[in-house]
Every structure is written in C-alpha cells, then in structure tokens.
Design a protein around this ligand. Structure first.
Ligand code: SF4
Ligand code: SF4
Length: 69
C-alpha cells in the first residue's frame, strides 16, 4: 500500500485522470484506492489533488526525482 489514505475528497476526479496505472476509482463523488498493488509511487495523484486529500504512506512519501526539460 503506497497511498495511506484519501480523506476530504471533493470528487474532482483529478487523481483518477492523472494516475497512469488506474489505481484510483470513483465511488459516487469520492475517490478510493481500487488497485493498490499497481501503484508505481509516482505521486501524480497527490500532486494533482487540489485539496491535498491524498496521503502517501510514510516510507513512500519522498517523490521520485524526474529530470527537468
Ligand atoms: S502514486 Fe502514481 S501510480 Fe500511485 S496511485 Fe498515485 S498516480 Fe497512481
Ligand atoms: S484529486 Fe483529490 S479531491 Fe479530486 S477526486 Fe482525487 S482525492 Fe478527491
């Protein structure tokens, strides 16, 4: 499990759209972790969430550093 929790979700679906691995799905207007084992720890869902609803597990909380440009 790399996403620890999703709380305070406002249902914008940005995390669902940003996840390259289809980990997150919507249940009505709330996001939930549907396929935790597929998470590649890219942090895109966390970065795109406008209300910081997604909390990563502590041991996975350092974003992968990507080359710039
Ligand atoms: S960290 Fe990346 S792979 Fe994992 S759920 Fe978020 S967007 Fe998807
Ligand atoms: S990006 Fe954040 S607020 Fe939007 S659906 Fe995902 S968890 Fe909810």
């Amino acid at each position: 499990m790399t996403i620890k929790s999703i709380s305070g979700c406002i249902g914008c679906e940005e995390c669902v759209k940003s996840c390259p691995c289809d980990v997150i799905r919507m249940d009505g207007n709330k996001a939930y972790i549907a396929h935790a084992a597929d998470c590649q720890i890219c942090h895109l869902c966390r970065m795109y969430c406008p209300v910081d609803a997604i909390e990563m597990a502590p041991e996975k909380s350092i974003p992968v550093i990507l080359p710039w440009g």
